[in-house]
Design a protein around this ligand. Structure first.
Ligand code: SF4
Length: 335
């Protein structure tokens, strides 16, 4: 049964990570990925400082601090959907802080381990919290098919023909968590971009790199890699945000998504990318104070490709040490 809608159509709903966005759209609400809102702001660094002034410890991940301060500047965001399982304990705590500050918080749990019945129940709960149903969500999923197909095409043009640059790939795919809060406009933007990209000549970077790990907080990573003559032909997590697996029902789609579950799903995805995209090397980005840093060792051990691990803290340009390490990595790999 359809419950009454708790928010008027068009209300902006914050997301702390990629969640089943079909629920937000089915309820005629506007999804806002708070990570994207934070990092695309010229004030991103100032927002991290602001959160520290408000009492957040230095030793907490800057993404969480950035989201907190960004929310302060966006009172129009009526509620926040927090993944209280499958993301991290920092975002769970952030949800509680938001509640303490009288912001409405809706919880979503990615089942751990990934389990279909449990996922169905979580999807139903999420739909109910927003005043919609699983059936409506499935309609939205169908509505999103052509867009998701275009995003897969965009990804292929990155690694197969080189007509899409690594940074372009990153920006379009990362935005698929909330479709830039305007689905129709974003869909058109992707279609127009593809038309233009398909006219470009084929290109083949002399060095093919993959980027694994959570989205880097650095502001100039791709520019610098291009300066070094290396092309990024795989952006692991942004590609996951685009849910690149067709032909699945809603629950299966979000179970196939590797980010919230164990490392082994990610490893299988990375292994396939190394092989299929003929990667010469992998850059593993890690975020200061993030538990996911612990996976670095297993990624290095299991993947049959040279791996360089870099670490970022705040939204700043690359520091000189990281630039030097990237340069040395590219030099060693260069044919
Ligand atoms: S980078 Fe790590 S610690 Fe920071 S929000 Fe993401 S998962 Fe949590």
């Amino acid at each position: 049964m359809l419950r009454s809608r708790p928010y008027p159509p068009g209300t902006r709903i914050g997301l702390t990570t990629t969640i089943p966005v079909e629920a937000v759209l089915a309820a005629s609400l506007a999804p806002v990925d708070l990570n994207n809102l934070f990092i695309s702001s010229p004030q991103a660094l100032a927002r991290v400082n602001l959160a520290e002034t408000a009492g957040f410890p230095r030793t907490v991940c800057a993404w969480v601090k950035g989201i907190y301060a960004t929310l302060k500047e966006h009172p129009e965001i009526a509620a926040v959907i927090v993944a209280c399982q499958g993301d991290c304990s920092y975002t769970q705590a952030l949800g509680e802080i938001c509640e303490a500050e009288n912001r409405e918080v809706i919880h979503f749990k990615f089942p751990y381990p990934a389990q279909k019945e449990q996922m169905r129940r979580e999807l139903e709960n999420l739909a109910g919290s927003l005043g919609t149903t699983i059936r409506e969500m499935a309609r939205v999923q169908e509505r999103l098919d052509p867009l998701r197909r275009n995003l897969r095409r965009l990804d292929r043009l990155t690694w197969e023909t080189g007509q899409v640059r690594g940074e372009e790939n990153f920006l379009y795919l990362i935005s698929s968590s909330d479709f830039e809060s305007d689905l129709d406009a974003y869909e058109l933007k992707v279609a127009e971009f593809l038309k233009e990209a398909e006219k470009r000549p084929y290109a083949s970077p002399s060095l093919r790199l993959g980027l694994a790990g959570i989205p880097p907080i650095f502001t100039d990573l791709w520019d610098y890699l291009e300066e070094l003559g290396a092309g990024v032909v795989f952006n692991e997590i942004p590609r996951q945000f685009s849910l690149p697996y067709p032909g699945l029902d809603l629950a299966e789609q979000y179970l196939r998504y590797t980010y919230p579950y164990d490392i082994f799903g990610r490893l299988a995805d990375l292994e396939e990318a190394v092989r299929e995209r003929r990667l010469d090397g992998l850059i593993h980005y890690t975020q200061s104070f993030c538990f996911r840093q612990m996976f670095d060792q297993i990624i290095r051990e299991r993947l049959d490709v040279p791996v360089l691990t870099i670490e970022g803290d705040r939204p700043t340009p690359l520091d000189s040490r990281t630039r030097m390490r990237l340069e040395a990595f590219v030099d060693v790999l260069r044919p």
